[in-house]
Design a protein around this ligand. Structure first.
Ligand SMILES: Cc1cc2nc3c(=O)[nH]c(=O)nc-3n(C[C@H](O)[C@H](O)[C@H](O)COP(=O)(O)OP(=O)(O)OC[C@H]3O[C@@H](n4cnc5c(N)ncnc54)[C@H](O)[C@@H]3O)c2cc1C
Ligand code: FES
Length: 259
């Protein structure tokens, strides 16, 4: 939806140090898809993109889990129950539903974990093959939504760069092990660009679909300013094609991206 509207905050959680989750009462946002985002007005004229961490169409609630990294996310994290947010959304292309007949690997890194949780919440009962969740972050404080994943009945494989929780290192070691054991897998992932680039390489030749959600810096969020473009396939003799993360993504099929 390209016109802004106000949504009330009905619940505020502090799931980890430096993180806040705001639940907003908005049947419009709650109809969004995992991987879509809303663009939230912060002081001044700039908006900040935040993915949906939960989508509950039956109750009209949508969740937004925010890590404080600068002034905009600090302001958002200070909002309280009863305050309203000025939002545009749901925006962008979300994840497509997984196929029923393939193992499903979900990979979330840092602030890429919330949309991965939303995908698991939406489609966990639909896949008849094994499902695996790998979550990674720099440190244990940034390893969010682990309890939520457990409450859905899944045991996430955890990694941290500093070894403060789970395996030391990136998500790639457990990802490689899973792919070696389940070569028919479909893979859904969201996280920082180096993680997605590594996954893009590791899934080359995989028979199942691979969907990668990018967290690129954004301006307008609605396709007008070109602040968010990334190199894409197919390349032409003049160089790579470009896609806008805000409207063509944030979720892309692996084959669309030129990492
Ligand atoms: C589609 C999309 C979905 C997102 N979903 C979430 C989410 O669910 N939860 C969440 O906490 N954050 C999410 N982000 C990132 C969030 O939008 C940025 O952290 C936020 O805009 C930073 O604003 P700021 O004013 O606090 O920080 P700024 O002062 O603008 O920047 C502070 C620091 O954060 C870095 N930064 C800013 N924007 C981004 C970005 N888009 N990606 C990576 N680094 C950035 C800057 O380089 C700088 O180092 C998402 C981004 C996109 C594009
Ligand atoms: S943020 Fe303006 S075109 Fe994508």
């Amino acid at each position: 939806m390209n016109s802004a509207f106000e949504v009330p905050i009905v619940k505020r959680l502090e799931p980890a140090s430096g993180h806040v989750e705001l639940l907003v009462d908005s049947p419009v946002l709650a109809q969004g898809k995992p991987g879509q985002f809303c663009h939230i007005l912060t002081p001044g004229t700039l908006r900040r993109p935040v993915s949906f961490s939960r989508l509950e169409p039956s109750t009209g609630l949508a969740g937004l889990l925010i890590q404080v990294v600068g002034s905009g996310t600090r302001w958002l994290s200070d909002r309280q129950v009863g305050d309203t947010l000025d939002v545009l959304g749901p925006l962008g292309r979300g994840f497509a539903p997984p196929r029923l007949d393939r193992p499903w690997l979900l990979v979330g890194g840092g602030t890429g974990i919330p949309p991965i949780y939303a995908a698991l919440q939406a489609w966990r009962d639909q896949v008849s093959e094994p499902v695996a969740v790998v979550l990674g972050a720099k440190t244990r404080d940034a390893l969010i939504m682990v309890k939520d994943v457990r409450q859905l009945g899944f045991e996430a494989e955890l990694t941290t760069d500093d070894g403060s929780q789970g395996r030391i290192g990136t998500v790639m070691a457990p990802v490689q092990e899973w792919l070696a054991a389940h070569p028919r897998s479909q893979v859904w992932a969201c996280g920082p660009t180096p993680m997605l680039r590594a996954l893009h390489g590791a899934t080359q030749g995989l028979s199942g679909p691979v969907q990668l959600a990018l967290e690129q810096r954004m301006g307008c969020g609605i396709g007008a300013c070109l602040a968010c473009v990334v190199p894409a396939q197919p390349e032409s003799p003049d160089g790579p094609a470009y896609r806008r993360v805000c409207t063509d993504g944030p979720v892309f099929e692996r084959e669309e991206l030129a990492f």
